[in-house]
Design a protein around this ligand. Structure first.
Ligand SMILES: *Cc1c(COP(=O)(O)O)cnc(C)c1O
Length: 394
């Protein structure tokens, strides 16, 4: 295998790969911990984790060993057969959350598809054919498949691909009255992220979440929480809904759970765990042994002490950022952060400048968004945040 140069890779990419991503000018070659190295040999501190995926950083030793061992033993067997890593991940997730059962897919969008299908089957079989409406929030993000872009409450996503699915209603976040207006006998579920990630790292009000959960339990409406970005320790709790003292009926997760391999899934509570039956739903790769072995390892690392560290590091970063006169606010929970800046420069411009100085960050709407590895060391935090502040201030 010939090693390609940065230019060769970028040229071949623009020629042969569909132009659906606005990529940064960085070709990554390898990484260790929260640092990676480009093909031209430059080192970067990564405050993005591949959009919240590499939660243990690059090439975590235990993770690599777990994946390699499973790859050498059984890489795939289809869901027509049983395998141990899959059931162990399911057991760990249900033990941790009190949820009853899990369906494994490969991504966040698929996790939400399973949630949506389950909610519709629950509503229509229990309360009649019309009980198929799902309320999601304005400014939400739930994925890129047809159902999940429809669930996504942003006009920007509702173009080109008509017809979209029927039966989605959009409620402004934190507006309890609007939510009450939208609720009817035709609603089978209310779906939300506790912190809207792509929407700009916006935390929901506790009162709104509480009210929504009450409306759900009083009306036999399912509460679906999308934990694809917020889940698996990202916010300093295992799932972010734990901050809100609610008990969802369905929880979707993905991103962080595989630590870098594609695995996602959907957790179901008492009411919903037996709704889908053989033939109703499935996927070839879901809970694949190697991806599941990766998830099993990630879950083994996320104990209470680990989560406490996530909270501490989040607070530490927040304090450092807020010491800058150009930082107006820091939203989010744990190590999921949105930075509102007081600057003539747009967030995207600041992020580009930080990248040129060796720090990778993201944007979300008008904010700079940080999703660092959950185990990022303090030395890397200090170095990266100083560089980021420099990019914000200059
Ligand atoms: C990323 C994301 C998704 C979609 O996940 P994919 O793995 O890209 O399909 C869904 N919901 C939320 C909240 C997300 O952040």
């Amino acid at each position: 295998m010939k090693t390609m140069t940065k230019t060769e890779i970028q040229n071949l990419d623009s020629e042969k790969i569909m132009n659906t991503y606005a990529r940064f000018d960085l070709v990554i070659d390898h990484g260790k911990g929260s640092r990676c190295v480009s093909v031209d040999g430059k080192e970067y501190i990564d405050l993005t984790s591949g959009i919240g995926v590499n939660c243990l950083g690059y090439a975590d030793e235990g993770w690599v060993a777990a994946v390699a061992e499973q790859a050498g033993k059984l890489q795939h067997c289809s869901n027509l057969f049983y395998s141990q890593p899959q059931v162990e991940v399911a057991e760990a997730l249900t033990a941790r959350t009190g949820m009853k059962k899990v369906f494994f897919g490969n991504s966040g969008a698929e996790a939400n598809e399973a949630a949506i299908k389950t909610a519709r089957k629950y509503g229509t079989t229990k309360k009649g054919e019309n009980c198929n409406k799902i309320i999601s929030l304005v400014n939400s993000f739930h994925g890129r498949t047809m159902a999940t872009i429809t669930a996504t409450g942003q006009e920007h996503y509702h173009q080109y691909f008509t017809p979209f699915l029927d039966g989605f209603l959009y409620c402004p976040a934190n507006d309890v009255d609007a939510l009450k207006e939208l609720v009817s006998d035709d609603v089978c579920a209310i779906m939300m992220e506790m912190v809207q990630g792509e929407g700009g790292v916006l935390d929901l009000d506790a009162a709104f979440v509480k009210a929504a959960a009450e409306i759900c339990s009083q009306n036999d409406i399912l509460l679906i929480v999308d934990e694809v970005q917020t889940g698996i320790g990202r916010t300093g709790k295992f799932f972010s809904y734990e901050y809100f003292d609610v008990k969802p009926d369905i929880v979707s997760f993905a991103k962080g759970i595989g630590g870098g391999l594609p695995i996602g899934g959907t957790l179901f509570g008492e009411k919903t765990c037996d709704v889908l039956q053989p033939g109703d739903h499935g996927t070839t790769y879901g809970g694949n042994p190697v991806a599941a072995a990766a998830a099993r390892y990630v879950l083994s690392q996320i104990d209470d002490a680990f989560l406490e560290e996530v909270c501490k590091k989040g607070e530490y970063i927040k304090e450092k950022l807020l010491a800058s006169p150009k930082v107006k606010s820091v939203t989010g929970l744990g190590l999921m952060m949105g930075i509102e800046v007081d600057s003539d420069k747009a967030a995207g411009e600041i992020v580009k400048e930080a990248l040129a100085k060796g720090v990778m960050a993201l944007t979300a709407k008008t904010k700079i968004r940080l999703l660092p590895p959950l185990n990022i060391p303090y030395e890397d935090i200090d170095e990266a945040i100083d560089i980021l502040i420099e990019a914000i201030e200059n």
